[in-house]
Design a protein around this ligand. Structure first.
Ligand code: FES
Ligand code: FES
Length: 166
C-alpha cells in the first residue's frame, strides 16, 4: 500500500500544444501539475472539491475540473488551459476579447471556468439563448458579477465568432 502511494509514474501529455514528459505521484492532480510543475497559474485553485470551477481546463477537447483529475490518468492527453486560448499570432481568443469588452469579470477568479465553458458551449451551440448560456456556465461559480455581464459576454462572443471575419 505504501508503495502505491509513493511510486511515481511517467506521463507524457501535451499542454497548450507543447509535449511534456513528467514524473507524477499517484495523488498529483492535474491542477497541481499545471500550477506547480508547469507554472501555468492562469488555472485557479479554489474549492479543490470539484464545485467552484475556477480550475477548469479542457482535456481532450472537453471541459474538466482539474482539481479532481489525477495527472497519472492523462497519458497522451491533450490539455488546453486559459493560457492556450490565445490565437497563434498572440491575439485574444474571441471569447476572451468579448469578456474584456463586456466587462465579464470583476476579480477574475472564475475566469478559467467561464471562458472554457463558453468556448465549449459555443463550439456545440453557436447561437445560445440566455437559458443555454446559463446552463453552459452552470459548473462555475462567480461571486462578483451577478452573472448578467457574463451572459452578455458569451452572447457578444457568439456574434464575433459567427461574423464572416472570425
Ligand atoms: S478548485 Fe476545482 S472545482 Fe474548485
Ligand atoms: S469575477 Fe470574481 S468570481 Fe467571477
Amino acid at each position: 500500500m505504501e508503495d502505491l502511494l509513493t511510486q511515481s509514474t511517467l506521463v507524457q501529455l501535451r499542454v497548450n500544444g507543447k509535449l511534456h514528459e513528467l514524473e507524477v505521484m499517484p495523488f498529483t492532480s492535474l491542477l497541481d501539475l499545471l500550477r506547480e510543475e508547469l507554472h501555468l497559474t492562469g488555472t485557479h485553485m479554489g474549492c479543490m472539491t470539484g464545485h467552484c470551477g475556477a480550475c477548469t481546463v479542457m482535456v481532450n477537447g472537453r471541459i474538466a475540473k482539474s482539481c479532481i483529475v489525477l495527472a497519472s490518468t492523462l497519458e497522451r492527453a491533450e490539455i488546453t488551459t486559459i493560457e492556450g486560448l490565445r490565437t497563434a499570432d498572440g491575439k485574444l481568443h474571441p471569447v476572451q476579447q468579448a469578456f474584456w469588452d463586456e466587462a465579464g469579470f470583476q476579480c477574475g477568479y472564475c475566469a478559467p471556468g467561464m471562458l472554457m465553458s463558453a468556448v465549449e458551449l459555443l463550439k456545440e451551440n453557436p447561437n445560445p439563448d440566455d437559458a443555454a448560456i446559463e446552463s453552459g456556465i452552470a459548473g462555475t461559480l462567480c461571486r462578483c458579477t451577478g452573472y448578467r455581464s457574463i451572459v452578455r459576454a458569451v452572447k457578444a462572443a457568439a456574434v464575433r465568432m459567427n461574423s464572416p471575419e472570425a
